[in-house]
Design a protein around this ligand. Structure first.
Ligand code: NDP
Length: 295
């Protein structure tokens, strides 16, 4: 029986704005002390529409907090070697605090080689194995942007996490796996007992129903339905999908991995899509860049 009828939004837009105001203040202090603002570069190879949108919003976010940003567009035909040469140049560039190579890269380029070539101290995406290793060991590092943004969202809303059962659906290197590590670490937010589910998990609903905190990053539109969620749960929806919608000027709307309308009434807290995890991911990138500039 459903017992929770009101839910609160884990509002990533509001939380992101609050964090960005703080980042802007600290960026101004960096500029005053070092004579230049924190500087992030983003490399975009090819013409993938979604990637272009992501990169452009990252560049815009930099401007909103007073960072310098550089967008490097390379043609689809760029070879792996040419990209690696650019990466090495950026590793040496003393005017650059951090940079990202937007994924996915075209199929003829090995993304793992690119990630490994990025200097760990400029890897503000937090994808380099050195940063992942440091995260596991609880050492100073750049945390991967999406899980780190979720942690900030939980912190901002004072969500209690210690002793809770967290279920993370998805085990990708950039979202599910680091999320499970951050939720289980001995810190706040953290100290959860974590279950990680994936495509080979049997009877997923019986597992998600045990979650006090449910993080869904499976990339499957609206796969989490009301019967899969416990009353009073905290639900974080990482998924983001475009579906056609002729009633909108754009011709589409965004939905997540969670069927929001039927799940939300059961929750204590839930992220909207859009406006939940998305804005936090970009804010985390800014936080990492600020950290790089402050070192
Ligand atoms: P991946 O495709 O890399 O990983 C998906 C994971 O979900 C895999 O571990 C897969 O299992 C698991 N999975 C797939 N189907 C099921 C299922 N039916 N039941 C249980 N587990 C399943 O995706 P990402 O982690 O990169 O991204 C996930 C989603 O989040 C996407 O929609 C993406 O667009 C979105 N995203 C949003 C961001 C934001 O800022 N809002 C940032 C990053 C991602 P297996 O390992 O067995 O294949």
């Amino acid at each position: 029986m459903m017992t929770v009828s009101t839910f609160q939004l884990l509002d990533g837009k509001r939380c992101g704005e609050a964090l960005r105001a703080r980042i802007a203040q600290e960026a101004a202090a960096v500029k005053a002390a070092r004579g230049r603002a924190p500087h992030l570069a983003a490399v975009l190879v090819g013409n993938d529409g979604a990637s272009r949108t992501y990169v452009e919003s990252k560049v815009k976010a930099c401007e909103s907090v007073g960072f310098r940003s550089t967008l490097i567009r390379l043609p689809e035909s760029t070879s792996e070697d040419e990209l690696l040469v650019r990466v090495k140049q950026m590793n040496r560039d003393k005017e650059l605090d951090g940079y990202i190579v937007q994924l996915p890269v075209p199929a003829h380029i090995d993304p793992e080689k690119v990630t490994l070539a990025i200097a760990a101290d400029k890897d503000v995406d937090g994808f380099h194995p050195e940063n992942i290793g440091r995260m596991v060991l609880g050492q100073p590092c750049f945390l991967p942007a999406t899980p780190s943004g979720i942690v900030e969202l939980l912190r901002f809303n004072h969500i209690e996490t210690a002793g809770k059962h967290a279920v993370v659906v998805g085990r990708s290197h950039i979202v599910g796996t680091p999320m499970s590590i951050l939720l289980s670490r001995n810190a706040y937010p953290g100290n959860c007992t974590v279950t990680i589910a994936h495509s080979r998990t049997r009877d997923l609903p019986s597992i998600t129903r045990q979650a006090d905190i449910l993080v869904v990053a499976a990339g499957r539109p609206e796969m989490i339905t009301a019967d899969m969620v416990k009353d009073g749960a905290v639900v974080v929806d990482v998924g983001i999908h475009r579906v056609p919608d002729t009633s909108r000027k754009s011709g589409f709307r965004l939905i997540g991995d969670v069927k929001f309308d039927e799940v939300a009434p059961k929750c204590a807290w839930i992220t909207p899509v859009p406006g939940g995890v998305g804005p936090m991911t970009i804010t985390s990138l800014l936080l990492n860049t600020l950290k790089a500039a402050q070192r």
